[in-house]
Design a protein. Structure first.
Lengths: 494, 525
C-alpha cells in the first residue's frame, strides 16, 4: 500500500517547482517575480507543515516524531520509502535550509540581476526534493536516485552565474569530481548487491550478519565511504570544496554546506548503522571513519587559518565541521546519533545566519574579503553580532549552541573509548577559534573603512535575530531539541 | 558626588535587606542565581537604555551584588558548613546534567571577592567614553559568567560559565585595550580556551568512566562510589591540573597573562587578575583534588616545582620590566604561583593559605591595577623611564600605591601576609612532618620569592613615586585622583586591611571547606 504521507514533503517541493515554471510564463521577464518567489516559499513552508500531518496527530513537528516512534510510520512503494522520526528530523533541517537559501538568493539576485531567477528557484526546489527523499530511502537504488537528484541539480546551481568564470569553474569541478564519486558509490553498491542479493538496507544487514569479512566486501565498504564522503566533504575527499564554495553563488554555497551535508549524513546513518552494522564489517568502517574524521578536523582547521576570502574560510570550516560530526557518527548508538542530529540542527542556524550576513555584505560592498568586514559594528550591528555568534558557535564556545553540540559529540566519542579523537577535536577547536575570531575581530573591533550603514529588509532583520536567538538559547537550554533528537535517533534502532 | 553615593548605597541597602540565612526560612529570591542574573539583567538593561544611563545602571547593579555578597558571607552558617543555598534544576537527565548552584565556605569567600572587584571595577570604569554602552554590557556579562563559575556544582555549568566569561574578555581587551591589544586579546583567548580543551575532555572522561553517571561535583567527590581507578587518576590529574593551571598562569603557560594585562583596560585587568585568574586555583581545589585524590598525591610534589618556578621566574622577570603595568602583571603571575604552591603542599595550612591568598591576591591585584590605570590615565605613559617623583603631584594616589605595594609584598597587617604565611607554614609542615622530602628543598626557595617581590615593589615605589622627577613637563600636568577614582581603590584597601588585621573569620570560613577535603584526601602520609 502506498501512503502518500511518506513522500508528502517531496510532493510539495516538486509541485512548487513545476508551478514556479508555469507561473513564470505569465510574468514579465523584467518584473521582480513576486509570484514566483511567493510560490517557492509557500512550497517549502507547505512541505514543512506537511511533516506535521505525517503522524496525523497534533500540529507540531514534535508530535510527528513521537507518533512516528510509536509505530505509525508512513511507508510507500513497498517499503522503499519510509518516513520515520529520524527522516522527519533530517527533513526539517533540509527544508529549513532550503527556506534560508531562498531568502538568501532573493537578496543575492537583487544585487546580481539575472533573467533566470525562476529556473534557479525551480532547480533549487528539485534539489531539495532529492535531499528530502534521500532521508526516507530504505533501499540503495532509491537512495542513489535521490542522491543524484540532489547532486545533479547542485551542479547546475553551482555554475549558475553563466558569465562568471569562477562560477563556471566551480560547476565544472563539482561535476567532474561528483560524477566520479557517484560512480564509485554505485560500484560499491553493486558489490553489496552481489554479496547479499537484495537492495533493501535492512535486508542487507540481516544477510551480512551471517557472513565473515572478505576483502571484496571490505573494498565495497571503502568505495561506499569514499563516494559518500565526497558529498559531505570529508578529507581527503574535500579537494573540490574550497573552489566550489568560493565560486558558486553564495546561496548555493549555503545550500551545499547545510542541506547537501545533512543529506550525506542521513545516507551514512541509514546505510551504516542499519545495513553495515555487522560484526564482520563494523570495526573496519569505524576505523576508517576515525581516520577520516581526524584528518578532516586537522586539515580543515589548519588550511582555514591563512584564508582571506570568507567563503573559502567557510569551506575549510565546513570540512572541519564534517569531521566533528563524523566523531559522533562513528561513536554511534543512541547517544552518538542524538549528538549528530543536535549538532546538525545547530549547524544549520549558525551556517545559514553567517551566509545570509555574507550575502548582505557582499551585495553592499561587492567584496568577500575578510578585511572588508571592518567596522561592521557601526555599519550594521546585527550583522556584526550574527558573525560573532554564528562563528563562535561553530568554534564551540559557550554559551552558544555549538558548545552544547560539541559537548555531546565528544561525549559520545569518549563513551565509546575514542578519547584521543575528542582530544584532537578539542585542540583543533581552539585552533579554529583563531580564524573565526579574525572575522569577529574585523567585524566588532576594527574601525570601519567606510561608514555607510548597511540597510536590511525586515525579513532579513527577523531571520538574523531568529538565528542569533536560537543559537544563544540552545546553548543555555538545549533540552527540548535534545529530546526530539533523541526520539529521532531511537527510531533508527526500532 | 551625592548621586554617585546614592547609586551605591540604595541598591546595597536593598539587597542587604533582601535575603537572610536559609535557617530563617525560604528566601524571596533564589539567592545564588541572583549573583548571575543581576549582572546579566544589568547588561540587558544597558543594551536598551540610553547611553548616558549605562554607567549608572552598571554601578547600581554592582552595588546591589556587593550587598548580596556581604550578606551571603554573614549569612553562611558556619555551624552547619557544607553546601548551602543549594539550587537544583535538572537540565538533561539522560546525560546527568543539572543546573546546580551551591556555596561552601571557600566559594562564599570567592563570591564575596567577585562582588568586591565588580563594584570597584564599575567605579573605575566611570570615565570610559569609547563605545560606552557596549563596554558596560560586556563588563556585566563577564561578571555574570565568573560568578556562575564560582557557584556551579555541576561540571557542565562550571565549564559553560567559565568560558562565558572568556568571550567578553576578548572583546574588552580587543576594543578598549592599549598597545598591542588585538594580539594580546587573541593570545589570551587562545591560551585560556586551549587550557579548557583539556578540562572539557577530562570532565567527559570522568563522567563516562565513573559509576555515578552525573556531572554533579558532590556525587563525583565520593571516590568509593565513582570507582575511578588509580591509573585513570594518574593519567588525568596532571592534564586537569595543567588545564586549570593555564587559567592561573601556570609556568610555562603563563605568557598570555602579562600581555593580556598589559593591554587590557583597567577594569578588565582588575576583574581578570582579581577573579577570573583565581578560578584556576579554586577549581583545582574544588574539582581536581576531591575527584582524583590518588592522582593528586602522585603528582603534586612534581607539580609543586612548576608552581615554584612560577613564583621565582615571574618575580625575576618583573625586576627587569620597563613598563609600569607589566611589573604588576608579572607580580600577579608570581602570586598565583604562591597559590598553586600552597595547593601542592596538601596540608590544611597550605590549602587554607592558598584560599586566603586567592582572596587577598584578588583584592590586592585589583587595587594595584586600578592604581596603575589611574596613573596611566593622568600621565599617559607607563614607561618607568619617564615616570618619577609622582607622589608630590598626586599624594593620595602615591600613598595608596605604597599601601598596595606593601600588601603585595606581604607586610603584616595587610591581607597578603596572612595567605603567604599560611602557604609557607603548610609547605614547611609538608616537608618536615615526615611527608615528602621534596618540600624540604622547595620551601626555602619559595621564601626567596618574597624577598624578590619586596625588591621589585620597592624599586617601583622608589622609581615612580619618590625618585627624581624625570620629565618635569609631565609632572606639571599630572593631578591627584578625584573622589570617584580614589573611592574604589580605598574600598579595596579597606577590605585588604580587614583581612590582614582580623583574618580569623576568613580563615575559619575557608577551613570549613579545607578541613573535610584534607580528611577526604588524607595528605601525603
Amino acid at each position: 500500500m502506498i501512503q502518500v504521507q511518506a513522500f508528502l514533503p517531496e510532493l510539495w517541493l516538486v509541485s512548487a517547482a513545476f508551478l514556479v515554471i508555469i507561473a513564470d510564463l505569465f510574468q514579465k521577464s523584467t518584473s521582480s517575480k513576486t509570484v514566483v518567489k511567493g510560490i517557492a516559499v509557500l512550497g517549502v513552508v507547505g512541505a514543512l507543515l506537511s511533516l506535521c500531518c505525517i503522524s496525523g496527530c497534533g500540529s507540531c513537528p514534535i508530535s510527528a516524531c513521537c507518533s512516528a516512534v510509536a509505530g505509525n510510520v508512513p511507508t510507500a512503494f513497498g517499503g522503499f520509502l519510509k518516513t520515520d522520526a529520524l527522516s522527519v528530523f533530517f527533513k526539517v533541517i533540509i527544508l529549513l535550509a532550503t527556506l534560508f537559501t531562498l531568502l538568501i538568493s532573493f537578496r543575492f539576485f537583487k544585487a546580481n540581476p539575472t533573467p533566470y531567477l525562476t529556473e534557479f528557484i525551480a532547480v533549487l526546489l528539485f534539489s531539495a526534493a532529492g535531499a528530502s527523499a534521500l532521508t526516507s530511502a530504505q533501499e540503495i537504488i532509491t537512495l542513489y536516485v535521490a542522491l543524484e537528484t540532489l547532486t545533479i541539480s547542485s551542479y547546475l546551481l553551482a555554475s549558475f552565474m553563466k558569465k562568471d568564470k569562477a562560477s563556471n569553474e566551480a560547476g565544472m569541478k563539482y561535476l567532474l569530481l561528483g560524477a566520479f564519486s557517484s560512480a564509485l558509490l554505485l560500484f560499491g553498491f553493486s558489490y553489496l548487491y552481489g554479496f547479499t542479493g537484495t537492495t533493501v538496507i535492512s535486508e542487507i544487514g540481516k544477510v551480512l550478519a551471517t557472513q565473515v569479512a572478505s576483502p571484496l566486501l571490505t573494498l565495497s565498504v571503502i568505495m561506499i565511504v569514499a563516494g559518500l564522503a565526497f558529498k559531505i566533504s570529508l578529507a581527503p575527499f574535500h579537494m573540490w570544496t574550497p573552489d566550489v564554495y568560493e565560486g558558486a553563488p553564495t546561496p548555493v554555497t549555503a545550500f551545499l554546506s547545510v542541506a547537501s551535508k545533512t543529506a550525506g549524513f542521513a545516507a551514512f546513518v541509514r546505510l551504516f548503522w542499519v545495513g553495515l552494522s555487522v560484526p564482520a564489517l563494523q570495526p573496519t568502517w569505524i576505523a576508517l571513519f576515525a581516520v577520516l574524521a581526524v584528518i578532516s578536523i586537522i586539515l580543515g582547521n589548519l588550511e582555514a587559518l591563512p584564508q582571506r576570502n570568507i567563503k573559502r574560510l567557510m569551506a575549510y570550516s565546513s570540512i572541519a565541521q564534517a569531521g566533528y560530526i563524523s566523531t559522533g557518527f562513528l561513536a554511534g548508538g543512541q547517544l552518538g546519533l542524538t549528538a549528530v542530529l543536535f549538532y546538525m540542527f545547530v549547524y544549520l542556524f549558525a551556517n545559514m545566519g553567517v551566509f545570509l550576513a555574507i550575502t548582505i555584505v557582499a551585495a553592499k560592498t561587492g567584496s568577500e574579503q575578510i578585511e572588508d568586514y571592518a567596522g561592521m559594528w557601526k555599519r550594521s550591528p546585527l550583522i556584526g553580532i550574527m558573525l560573532l555568534v554564528g562563528l563562535l558557535s561553530l568554534a564551540g564556545v559557550p554559551p552558544f549552541a555549538g558548545f552544547s553540540g560539541k559537548w555531546y559529540l565528544f561525549g559520545a566519542a569518549i563513551s565509546k573509548g575514542y578519547t584521543w579523537i575528542a582530544l584532537v577535536g578539542m585542540i583543533f577547536s581552539v585552533v579554529s577559534l583563531y580564524y573565526y575570531l579574525q572575522v569577529a575581530r574585523q567585524a566588532l573591533i576594527s574601525a570601519p573603512k567606510d561608514d555607510s550603514p548597511i540597510e536590511l529588509s525586515w525579513v532579513e532583520n527577523a531571520v538574523l535575530v531568529i538565528c542569533v536567538l536560537f543559537i544563544v538559547t540552545l546553548g543555555f537550554w538545549p533540552t527540548p531539541i535534545m529530546q526530539i533528537a533523541q526520539t529521532a535517533a531511537t527510531s533508527l534502532f526500532n | 558626588m551625592f548621586s554617585v553615593l546614592a547609586t551605591i548605597l540604595v541598591p546595597f541597602a536593598v539587597s542587604f535587606c533582601l535575603f537572610h540565612s536559609v535557617a530563617q526560612g525560604p528566601n524571596l529570591l533564589p539567592v545564588l542565581s541572583t549573583f548571575i542574573l543581576a549582572p546579566f539583567l544589568a547588561a540587558l538593561l544597558v543594551m536598551i537604555a540610553p547611553e548616558k544611563f549605562a554607567r549608572w545602571i552598571s554601578l547600581g547593579a554592582a552595588s546591589f551584588v556587593l550587598g548580596l555578597g556581604v550578606k551571603l558571607f554573614l549569612c553562611y552558617q558556619t555551624a552547619v558548613s557544607g553546601f548551602q543555598f543549594v539550587e537544583e534544576i535538572p537540565w538533561l537527565k539522560n546525560l546527568g546534567i543539572s543546573y546546580i548552584l551551591g556555596v561552601d565556605g571557600m566559594s562564599t569567600l570567592m563570591v564575596l571577592l567577585v562582588t568586591c572587584v565588580y563594584f570597584a571595577g564599575a567605579l573605575i570604569s566611570w570615565n570610559i567614553s569609547l563605545r560606552r554602552k557596549e563596554y558596560f554590557v560586556l563588563f556585566s556579562l563577564l561578571v555574570s559568567g565568573v560568578a556562575g563559575a564560582y557557584e556551579s556544582l555541576d561540571l557542565f555549568f562550571f565549564f559553560l560559565f567559565y568560558e562565558f566569561a572568556v568571550l567578553p574578555m576578548y572583546l574588552l581587551v580587543g576594543i578598549w585595550g592599549t598597545g598591542r591589544k588585538e594580539y594580546a586579546a587573541m593570545k589570551l583567548t587562545v591560551y585560556l580556551l586551549a587550557g579548557s580543551a583539556f578540562m572539557l575532555v577530562g570532565f567527559l572522561a570522568i563522567y563516562f568512566t565513573s559509576n555515578v553517571h552525573t556531572f554533579d561535583i558532590r556525587a563525583l567527590s565520593d571516590l568509593s562510589a565513582t570507582g575511578l581507578s588509580v591509573s585513570f587518576q594518574n593519567t588525568w590529574f596532571p592534564l586537569l591540573f595543567v588545564g586549570f593551571g593555564v587559567i592561573s598562569a601556570l609556568f610555562p603557560f603563563h605568557t598570555w597573562s602579562p600581555d593580556g594585562y598589559g593591554s587590557a583596560p583597567t577594569a578588565a585587568s582588575m576583574l581578570h587578575a582579581g577573579v577570573l585568574k583565581s578560578l584556576g586555583g579554586y577549581s583545582i581545589i574544588r574539582v581536581a583534588l576531591p575527584l582524583m585524590p590518588d592522582g593528586a598525591k602522585h603528582w603534586l610534589p612534581y607539580l609543586a616545582i612548576l608552581a615554584l618556578i612560577n613564583m621565582l621566574y615571574a618575580a625575576i622577570v618583573a625586576l627587569k620590566q620597563t613598563d609600569f603595568k607589566y611589573v604588576i602583571a608579572y607580580s600577579s603571575v608570581s602570586h598565583c604561583g604562591t597559590i598553586l604552591f600552597g595547593i601542592c603542599t596538601l596540608e590544611a595550612a597550605g590549602l587554607n593559605g592558598a584560599v586566603i591568598q586567592t582572596f587577598s591576591h584578588g583584592i590586592v591585584a585589583a587595587m594595584t591595577f586600578a592604581l596603575v590605570g589611574t596613573v596611566y590615565g593622568k600621565a599617559h605613559t607607563r614607561e618607568l623611564a619617564k615616570l618619577g617623583g609622582l607622589s608630590k603631584c598626586m599624594p593620595v594616589l602615591g600613598a595608596l600605591f605604597v599601601a598596595a605595594a606593601m600588601a603585595n609584598v606581604g607586610l603584616p597587617g595587610l591581607s597578603g601576609f596572612v595567605g603567604e604565611f599560611l602557604v609557607f607554614l603548610g609547605s614547611y609542615q609538608s616537608g618536615f612532618r615526615g611527608g615528602f622530602s621534596i618540600f624540604q628543598a622547595l620551601f626555602p626557595i619559595g621564601v626567596l620569592a618574597i624577598v624578590l617581590t619586596a625588591i621589585y615593589y620597592l624599586r617601583l615605589v622608589q622609581m615612580v613615586f619618590f625618585g627624581p622627577v624625570k620629565d618635569p613637563h609631565l609632572n606639571e600636568e599630572v593631578k591627584d585622583g578625584s573622589f570617584i577614582e580614589i573611592l574604589p581603590i580605598a574600598f579595596l584597601l579597606i577590605v585588604s586591611l580587614l583581612v590582614g588585621l582580623y583574618p580569623k573569620p576568613f580563615v575559619d570560613m575557608s577551613n570549613l571547606s579545607i578541613a573535610p577535603l584534607i580528611d577526604h584526601i588524607g595528605g601525603f602520609k
